[in-house]
Every structure is written in C-alpha cells, then in structure tokens.
Design a protein around this ligand. Structure first.
Ligand code: 9MR
Length: 473
C-alpha cells in the first residue's frame, strides 16, 4: 500500500520533507547510498527491491540479517505466511515466524509483500477435504484472520497464487477449483479487499513473464477482477532459465499496466546448469539487468523481489537437480556479477537514473531543442512512452561554472510528473519548477548532469517535450 511504503521511506530518508515524501519525489537524501547498495538505488527511483526471507535464518545468522537489512527495502516471507505455517489446523493460528519477519521489516523500515492466502500447495489437508460450503468458510476465516492481523503492516498481498495451469492456459485443476468452482478466486479477492481495504491485492503466477497462453488467461482473469475493483496488481514470479528472459516481457507487463494495474516481479531467480562458469555468471548478470530495467522503466512496476538471498538458500537445486546458482549472492555471501547488474539497472550509472532504452520506433520519442544564451541549458527527452505515461530523461548542461541550477517548464496537456529522481522542487503540477539535488548542483563550465522522471497522461495522448528554461541558482 503506497502510503505505508512512503511513510516508511520518509522515516529512512530523515531529512526529506513531508510534502516531497508524500509525493514520492525528491528522495535525494538517500542518494548517498544509491551507488553502493541496491536499497539506496531503488529508494532513489521509488521502487521496491525485495528479497524472500526465512525467519530462522534472520534470527540465527547475523551476516544474512545485515545484508537483508542494508540491501533491500522490501521483504516477502518465503514460507512463513503460507497457510500451512499460519493455520496448520482449523482455527489454530500460529504467527510467530510471520510476526518475526514483519517485526524485522518494521525495525528496518522495509515494506512487506504478503505471500500468500490461496494456493494449491502448502495448504493443510484439513482444508483440502472440506465440502464447498465449509471450504468457503475456511477460506474467508483464514483471509480475514491473517489480513486483519497484519493490516497496516503488510503493504500488498498475493491473494491467489498459481491459479492457471501450464496446459494452454486452462484453469489449474486444484482442490479449490474442483470444490468451489472458478468463483473461489473472486471470493478470495472480495474477502481480502474487505479485510484490508488499504493493501494492494495481487494475482501471482509463474511462466506468465512473456506473452503466452498462460499469461493470456491471467490477463482475462485480471480484467474481470479489475472491473470489480478487487485487484490492484499482477505478480510475475520470473523463475527464469539462463538466457531465456522472454523477448515479450516488457510488452506483456505493459498490457497489464494498460488495464490500470500495477505489476511486480515477485520471485526472481535465474537458474544455471551447474557448475556455473564465469561466462554463464555474466550471462546471468545480463539477464538480471534486463528484467530489473524493465521494471525500473515502468512507472507502474512496484518493484522486484529476488527469491532468496544466497544461492545456498534457493529452492532451485532441490526442484531442478543439476541446476542452481540462481541468486545475487554466492554461498559465502560474496556479491555475484548479477548483483552489480541489478545495481546498475536500478540507477547505477552514477546519477541515480535508470538506464532507459529509447523506443525509437515510437513517434513520441523526441527531444526538445535546447534554448540558447543562458548560464545553463536543459533538454528533455522521452525514453519510453506508453498509453498512459512515459519515462523522461533530462540533461542540464552548464555554460558557466554553477553551484546550483533551476529548471522550469509548463506541460501543454494532461502530462503530470508522478515520480522523479535526481531533482527536487515543485514537480507535480502543470507548471514544473525543479532544482538540483544536493549532489548534482555543482558543475564546471561545459559539464552536464542528468535527472529523470515518470509522468502520467491521458490515455493515448502524446507525451510532449516542452522547452525547458534553465537558470543558475
Ligand atoms: O521457495 C519455497 C520453498 O522453500 C518451498 O519449499 C516451496 C514449497 O512449495 O515453495 C517455494 O516458493 C514457491 C512460492 O511460494 C510460489 N512460487 C514458486 C516458489 C518456488 O517453488
């Protein structure tokens, strides 16, 4: 849930004003860490970088704990919030492990993505053998109890998990479907919405990262749930195989965003045939970078969660024998090339900007002409437009030595900034007045710096490129 997340971020940022924190803009005080930690970089562009965690490891292993706290701004319980962990027998709720993870997140100003209420796995047999009426009652009680316990502390929930089969996009033949019919999905979302109206509600699945029969079915389900206002987002697990980031991944996420939904990479890992050599680790880094860039460039992508901290913690070798090494950290807690790639994708070009890939085929990808004659010049360019928004990058060039700069422009139409990085000021209205962040105001004559932002705009309208006035400040 957005407000909770931003409130926690504001606490971390400390010096960020209430106004800018409420808009999610100008979190520049955190930028000091943006170049060196995933968390700092993700905070600077307003994204979650999450990790799936195990409660016992958090308690027992200081090195694990320290990295989870310093490198990630969001947590998912890898197993501790599942039904078998939270309600092993009817009405007998056991929250100690889930509580410890949520407490840890609060202590470290991290958001929590809840996983999961309704799944065909890790649900106790007492649930699976109920008749339709009793199963519905059990589901409603379970969701109410767990969602209420964490209301205001868990920001978003995977309400249903893996409800579509791998067979041509048919519904999964689970005990839920067989007993309650397809309506079980609607029941789950209606219950979760009523139990915690402020949490973002997600449908989550694997092998839906590209456009295919399975993601087409999730799309149809999402349309229906969205039209009832009981769905906020789609989780793409992204359990990937080396070298196989789907070429349609960006377009696929975009079509869900175009429905008015958020998207999120919820369980990212990229497995390698063991032993992994250095070329494979570099390929893995490239794959990670691609996935994280897709999210970084998409305003409505809430974030990326990796499914475990170290390779040794991963579920992969147990399920796909002979494969593994799928995560960002090696068994000895050293950072793999994939770590650096993710850092880069989150803004590691040294300026806090996500790396953007210009959509050259799109007519809206244009650059404004630089105005002449002042102490500085600034230009905007649209790097990735979509129906209802766009990502812009901006360059400020000093024509003389500067100790600060100010940029102003007016949007001609419906464009409004939704979040921005490496720039501060009054940014969200039709008249934009931006100023340098604390770290990018001092420029020698001839030097340039960059900032960036996302906008929202009327569906289908052009993302215009206004002329920017730049003045020394
Ligand atoms: O990583 C989880 C592993 O520890 C559990 O044993 C397993 C049980 O099915 O679930 C794993 O997490 C899964 C997640 O909850 C849903 N998507 C697939 C994940 C990997 O199997």
């Amino acid at each position: 849930m957005l407000l909770t997340r931003q409130r926690r971020r504001a606490v971390i940022a400390g010096a960020v004003t209430v106004a800018t924190a409420a808009l999610g803009i100008g979190l520049s005080t955190q930028f000091a860490s943006a170049q060196t930690t995933l968390r700092g970089a993700a905070d600077a562009i307003g994204k979650d970088i999450g990790v799936a965690v195990d409660a016992n490891r958090l308690q027992s292993n200081a090195q694990y704990r320290d990295i989870v706290a310093s490198e990630f701004n969001s947590l998912t319980a890898e197993n501790a919030m599942k039904w078998d962990a939270t309600e092993p027998s009817d009405g007998n709720y056991t929250f100690s492990q889930a509580d410890s993870i949520v407490d840890f997140a609060e202590d470290n100003n991290q958001t929590v993505h809840g996983h999961t209420f309704v799944w065909h796995q890790q649900t106790p047999s007492w649930v699976q053998s109920l008749n339709a009426t009793s199963m519905r009652t059990a589901m409603v009680d379970h969701i109410n109890t767990v969602a209420n316990r964490y209301e205001g502390r868990v920001d978003s929930w995977d309400v249903v998990n893996e409800v579509v089969s791998d067979n041509n996009g048919a519904m999964r033949d689970s005990f839920w479907l067989r007993t309650m019919g397809e309506g079980y999905i609607t029941t789950a979302f209606q219950t979760a919405r009523a139990a915690d109206p402020n949490a973002d509600l997600y449908i989550n699945d694997y092998s839906i990262d590209g456009i295919n029969a399975k993601s087409d079915t999730v799309y149809r389900i999402a349309q229906g749930l969205k039209s009832q206002n009981i769905l906020d987002g789609v989780g793409f697990q992204a359990h990937l195989i080396l070298g196989q980031v789907p070429s349609t991944m960006e377009a696929n996420l975009q079509r869900f965003v175009d429905l008015g939904l958020k998207v999120r990479i919820t369980e990212l890992d990229i497995r390698i045939n063991l032993p992994a050599d250095s070329a494979e680790l570099q390929q893995q880094a490239n794959d990670y970078q691609r996935v994280v860039e897709i999210c970084a460039e998409l305003a409505d992508c809430s974030g990326v969660t990796v499914w475990g901290l170290r390779d040794a913690d991963s579920w992969v070798p147990g399920t796909f024998p002979g494969t593994g090494a799928p995560l960002l950290y090696a068994d000895d807690y050293s950072k793999k090339p994939a770590y650096t790639a993710v850092l880069n994708a989150l803004g590691g070009d040294g300026t806090g900007n996500p790396t953007t890939t210009p959509a050259t085929s799109d007519p809206a990808t244009t650059t404004s002409p630089p105005p002449t004659g002042s102490g500085c010049t600034a230009t905007l360019s649209v790097s990735s437009p979509w129906n209802t928004g766009a990502t812009y990058s901006a360059t400020v060039k000093a024509n003389q030595a500067l100790s600060g700069w100010k940029v102003t422009w007016t949007w001609p139409g419906s464009e409004r900034i939704s979040n921005a990085w490496s720039v501060t000021g009054t940014l969200t209205g039709a008249s934009v007045s931006g100023a340098n962040a604390p770290y990018n105001g001092t420029l020698a004559a001839g030097q340039s710096t960059t900032f960036g932002f996302n906008i929202t705009k009327a569906d289908g309208s052009t993302a215009s490129v206004p002329t920017v006035t730049c003045t020394p400040a």
